[in-house]
Design a protein around this ligand. Structure first.
Ligand SMILES: Cc1ncc(COP(=O)(O)O)c(C=O)c1O
Length: 381
């Protein structure tokens, strides 16, 4: 590699990737003059989302974080209720539990899927129920696009009537047992943040088959206004609705969702091919029950075989103007959640210490992936 590589354009972890059609839908939004959190593009975006995912009802909101907040409120989560969530995730996943002043209990990862461990979850739920403290909800993250094993989680939750709020922020377009991911949960949330598999620049979706729940979320997202002309309020709501202009971008992005997932998976396959022959590097495994979006390709460095640590590799890539990141720092290790219990924690800590999120933008071609791999492999020497 020479100095011109260093000066080359920055390679981002997962940059927005427009299809080109979005601008036409945005123009339509402008033409309709619905420059507001209501309008035909917003309706069309929700309709397309329902068609693609099979959910009967959905409501578009300003972010995935807002979606999770409303989903919990819609389910009636109140101060003091217990919600079990993944520790290996982004803060936006469980901040909602704190917004509700509920008690957040973290659960460690499963070693194979990296998602919440169904075994530890089952043990904790049984323990809490025996103590007379039935959890009010379970909120598992589908990490880096890997679907959760919802059948196993349902097995534990369903007999006790505990709803599952599936955090599908990173997994839109993934499948579980052949179904769009999250379909078996009570409610699933997507994110359209700029780095997600498809983006509206920022935004989220709450989806469920429960019409009443989605109506309640829509009501809370629009300042809890009563359907009368004057401003009548029986509750204090939020200003969380998605803008019609932003939804227009989403229409164009949904058209290429399947293509983007295939591109992400191809990128992961190229990385796998290159790392196959390198001792000590492995990719985050994919389960046999689902098809991940591979939103980000994540590699682990085995500390018993390699002295190079993830931060060394990240620094090496950065010197070539390439962005990479550590795996999410488990939330039970963060000061903000010092008051939260964690069931287990060693597995997610190990993933954090040994993992690297590699550039996975869908505009990357095989030569980009090879360039990243050359730098990574070189940094191991
Ligand atoms: C797992 C996970 N949950 C929740 C969120 C929050 O979504 P948003 O950024 O749209 O609020 C994100 C990403 O941003 C995420 O990766």
């Amino acid at each position: 590699m020479n100095s011109s590589d260093v000066a080359a354009k920055r390679m981002f972890l997962s940059a927005p990737h427009m299809s080109g059609r979005e601008i036409e839908y945005v123009q339509q939004a402008f033409d309709s003059n619905y420059i507001a959190p209501v309008g035909p593009q917003l309706n069309q975006f929700e309709e397309s989302f329902r068609e693609i995912t099979g959910f009967k009802h959905c409501v578009a909101v300003s972010s995935g974080t807002a979606g999770l907040h409303l989903a919990l409120l819609g389910l009636g989560i109140k101060p003091g209720d217990i919600v079990l969530g993944s520790t290996l995730t982004f803060i936006g996943s469980v901040a909602s539990v704190k917004y509700c002043n509920a008690e957040l209990v973290f659960v460690d990862s499963d070693r194979h899927s990296w998602n919440i461990s169904p075994e530890l979850l089952a043990e904790e739920i049984e323990r809490l129920i025996s103590a007379g403290k039935k959890p009010a909800a379970v909120l598992p993250t589908e990490l880096y696009g890997q679907p959760c094993d919802l059948d196993r989680i349902l097995e534990v939750c369903e007999p006790h009537g505990i709803p599952i709020v599936c955090d599908s922020a990173e997994s839109l377009g993934a499948t579980y047992q052949g179904l769009p991911t999250g379909r078996k949960a009570k409610v699933a949330i997507s994110s359209f943040n700029g780095n997600k598999i498809i983006t509206t620049s920022g935004g989220g979706m709450i989806a469920s088959d429960d019409e009443e729940l989605i109506n309640q979320c829509r009501y809370l997202a629009t300042q809890a206004r009563q359907p009368v002309l004057h401003y009548e309020h029986n509750d204090v709501g939020f200003n969380y609705r998605m803008s019609n202009v932003v939804a227009a971008i989403g229409i164009g992005q949904l058209e290429v969702l399947a293509e983007r997932v295939n591109q992400k998976r191809q990128i992961a396959a190229w990385y796998a091919e290159r790392f196959e022959a390198v001792d000590g590097i492995a990719l985050m495994p994919e389960t046999d029950y689902g098809r991940s979006t591979r939103w980000l390709t994540v590699a682990t460095l085995d500390p018993h075989q390699l002295s190079t640590r993830p931060l060394d590799v990240i620094a090496a890539l950065e010197s070539y103007n390439i962005e990479s990141r550590p795996v999410w720092k488990p939330l039970h290790l963060q000061k903000a959640f010092a008051d939260c219990r964690c069931v287990g924690g060693e597995v997610s800590t190990e993933f954090y210490e040994n993992g690297i999120c590699l550039p996975s933008g869908t505009t990357m071609d095989q030569s980009d992936v090879n360039r990243v791999c050359d730098i990574v492999i070189d940094s191991l020497k």
